[in-house]
Design a binder for this molecule. Sequence first.
Ligand SMILES: C[S@@+](CC[C@H](N)C(=O)[O-])C[C@H]1O[C@@H](n2cnc3c(N)ncnc32)[C@H](O)[C@@H]1O
Length: 302
Amino acid sequence: MSRNPARVSDQAEAPTSRAQAIAQVAAYLAGNGVPADEAREDAGVLLRAAAGITRLELAMSPHAPLSAEESDHLSHLVARRAAREPVSRILGERGFWTLDLLVAANVLDPRPDTETLIETVLALVDNRDAPLSILDLGAGSGAILCALLSELPSSRGVAVDLSPDACAATVANLTRCGLLERAVVVRGRWGQSLAGGFDVVVSNPPYVRAGHIPTLEPEVRLYDPTLALDGGADGLDCYREIIADLPRLTKPHGFVAFEVGYDQAASVASLLGARGFAIARVGRDAGGRERVVAGRMARPRP
Ligand SMILES: C[S@@+](CC[C@H](N)C(=O)[O-])C[C@H]1O[C@@H](n2cnc3c(N)ncnc32)[C@H](O)[C@@H]1O
């Protein structure tokens, strides 16, 4: 492994410029297995974080020299990224929907894919000012509940997670977004401890096949908790457990929406069908793949 390039300016006669540092860091990250397009983008983000400058400031002064302090800071950030830690974890935050969320250790880093779930739920809500009750099962960072409460100003939510770290992250993000007053966070196993009767039930449960986890990218395998990934032998264990309890958890005219793995939509639709839910909508990601399955009770109870 080559030397961390952010150290170069310690010894070089002329100080390294911002643009030179980005090029060197990008090459170094690519040499450590970060895909080349990501490496270039990440190098710019890390440089801006180390120098404490905005994208615009970098664009206006790409040839400004890095100070020794900035160089040291960059070196530290680059070492973490070279160990395949995601940039969002290094910086401790990530944009999700319209929000800036905290990314906590031992809690799933929310993904842009999950915005498809938000779009699907919002498309099924007739009146965004209605006072809906929302249940988020496996809340993780709280990304889904935060995004939905931010769009549905009269709604209230319950977030459930088995992981104490995830519950703490959800509270932190609800607080950061000014939404804590409209939410309750419960540590528990899916909906077990809840009375039920929600207008909207949402979940992005663990859905990776257990045998597939060792083959995931290091950014996921090494940094996202197994509890957030492991969906059992066929990836569907959590859907089975949650869906078995859905008729109790969902109001007769309510609906449910799940994020699913790229090849799981038909299986989850079938599990929902077996519990009396008709498919209300299927959400597709930017690549056109079916990533969200939403259902309503086919024969609502009177
Ligand atoms: C894929 S992550 C989703 C996190 C977040 N909702 C998101 O979309 O970014 C699944 C979450 O389910 C939680 N979880 C796993 N098993 C659980 C269980 N039996 N009961 C409650 N939560 C569980 C994990 O701790 C994790 O936070």
